[in-house]
Design a protein around this ligand. Structure first.
Ligand code: SF4
Length: 237
């Protein structure tokens, strides 16, 4: 267990720290498995390095001018190094900590300032088909708990034509609106694996899902493969 990749974006003063899992979900087409490195890196680099400990990661970043740390990769909350690193980033660098999570395990300790919860589905059958396990209610409950804990909240879902369609995206949006209709919600286009039974959604399908989500939420965006990165990033590890 540990950190397998770190990137740094000087303009927004951001670090992205990637954990190596294992994840507690087995999502169909897991993006971390197929695209393990930061997609913003120039030149499409390959090669995942051996994992390093929280202490080694802290040593590598200590000279960098950063304010925000984004904890991501394979589910951080199941990784002990995530807790060590989040605590130390706050204690040593007074960082603003952002957690990207599947929401199955709640972090109650005040080491997370912002959580972006990937809500795979609200319908239990679809949730199970996509993630390989039961637990949609638990994720939704934890989403509410983050709000109660005073953590800044965002949400994401993946539009997978034939599995997670616009109808389900609207159900997710409706749930988020019950918590707060101002919570930002991003809909990502699914990226298929080789010989996948599911395909990439078209931009029109993403726009349709966005329109349906906007019936409930005020701040909805989409992400697809034709979009360009907003700023340059450097590989730290
Ligand atoms: S929760 Fe994320 S890391 Fe885990 S299997 Fe799903 S896509 Fe992969």
């Amino acid at each position: 267990m540990g950190v397998y990749h770190i990137t740094y974006a000087p303009k927004p003063k951001e670090l992205c720290v990637y954990f190596d899992g294992p994840c507690n979900f087995s999502c169909h087409g897991c993006i971390c498995g197929s695209h393990p490195l930061d997609v913003h890196l120039a030149g499409n680099p390959r090669g995942v390095r051996a994992s390093i400990s929280a202490e080694e990661a802290l040593r590598l970043v200590k000279g960098l001018d950063f304010e925000k740390v984004i904890f991501m990769g394979f589910e951080p909350t199941v990784n002990l190094d995530f807790y060590k690193l989040a605590r130390e980033m706050k204690a040593r660098f007074d960082s603003y900590n952002v957690l990207l999570t599947n929401g199955y395990r709640l972090v109650k300790e005040p080491i997370v300032d912002s959580a972006c919860v990937s809500i795979k589905a609200v319908s239990e059958g679809l949730f199970r088909r996509f993630t390989g396990r039961c637990g949609s209610r638990r994720v939704l409950m934890n989403f509410r708990r983050y709000r109660e804990l005073g953590v800044e909240l965002r949400a994401e879902s993946v539009l997978v034509p034939g599995l997670i369609d616009a109808e389900e995206i609207e159900r997710v949006a409706s749930f988020i609106a019950e918590v707060d209709p101002e919570i930002p919600y991003r809909i990502d286009g699914y990226i298929p694996m080789k010989e996948d039974e599911y395909r990439r959604p078209t931009v029109e399908e993403l726009e349709e899902a966005k329109e349906r989500a906007r019936r409930h939420l005020r701040n909805v965006s989409i992400l697809h493969h034709k979009m360009k990165p907003r700023y340059a990033v450097k590989r730290v590890y």
